[in-house]
Design a protein around this ligand. Structure first.
Ligand code: ZN
Length: 118
């Protein structure tokens, strides 16, 4: 599916309901779903449901949210490690962070695309 470029894919498309997602797991404040355009064979995104710009801005006021996010990352990563034997957990900053809403990539397997979009 095609969507207009934006600097916040999560607020503009995922949480506004404009794009369909395949949920892996969610809590009250955190969503994990299969990347809509994966660049790894296994590629899950973990994202807070309310806007946080990046891992650089989450503290000191959102420590509880950060713990909730990491707990979801840990659960998703553990399931991927069980299935595939390995996982990577990545969060991007600055020019590497295309979508300016904190998100963690939990991925495994071969890279299927070169670019790092959203
Ligand atoms: Zn946002």
């Amino acid at each position: 599916m095609a969507y207009e470029p934006t600097d916040d894919f999560y607020c503009d498309f995922v949480f506004s309901g404009k794009v369909e997602i395949d949920r892996v797991f969610e809590t009250e404040n955190v969503l994990a779903y299969h990347h809509t355009r994966p660049f790894w064979e296994t590629h899950v995104v973990v994202v807070p449901k309310r806007h946080v710009a990046s891992v650089q801005t989450i503290l000191p006021d959102n420590a509880d949210l950060l713990i909730e996010i990491i707990s979801v990352v840990n659960k998703v990563a553990a399931e991927i490690v069980t299935k595939t034997g390995a996982a990577r957990v990545i969060t991007n900053l600055g020019e590497y962070q295309e979508s300016k809403h904190l998100h963690f990539h939990v991925c495994s397997g071969k890279q299927t695309r070169a670019d790092n979009a959203t």
